[in-house]
Design a protein around this ligand. Sequence first.
Ligand SMILES: [Zn+2]
Length: 146
Amino acid sequence: MSACLVCQEVRGVIPVPGGFLQSSGSSVALHVPPLDHRDVYLGHLLVVPRRHVPDFAGLEESEAAEIGVAISRWSRALATFGADRVYVATIGHGSDHLHVHLVPRWPETPSEIPWHSVDEWSGARRADFDGAAQFAGALLAEADLH
Ligand SMILES: [Zn+2]
């Protein structure tokens, strides 16, 4: 479990841009950090349980409720920033610690780009750590207003 990337993010071993958007009792929300000095898709958020649980089936109901509220809240914040849609997915092939992806579809995304590739086309909004931190800060400020 010590090698778990998500656990390291939750414990603050891996810095996340702008710090946690939300750090309540059993879950945290964060902007994905650039790993290996790459850039990241702007607005790509994660909602994760603090507990090392592989999937939704392993959650306590209180954890599931909290994660559901967080998904709703941060989807709304991304929409406020102009996202046409917010895709929500759990994939889990890379880590056995549940992490829910919130991936905004920004309005300039060509209609032929499928949902799972909105971060890959040439004009996709991308940012380095500082750019993502700035966005996370703005998102947090916006979320606090509502
Ligand atoms: Zn973990």
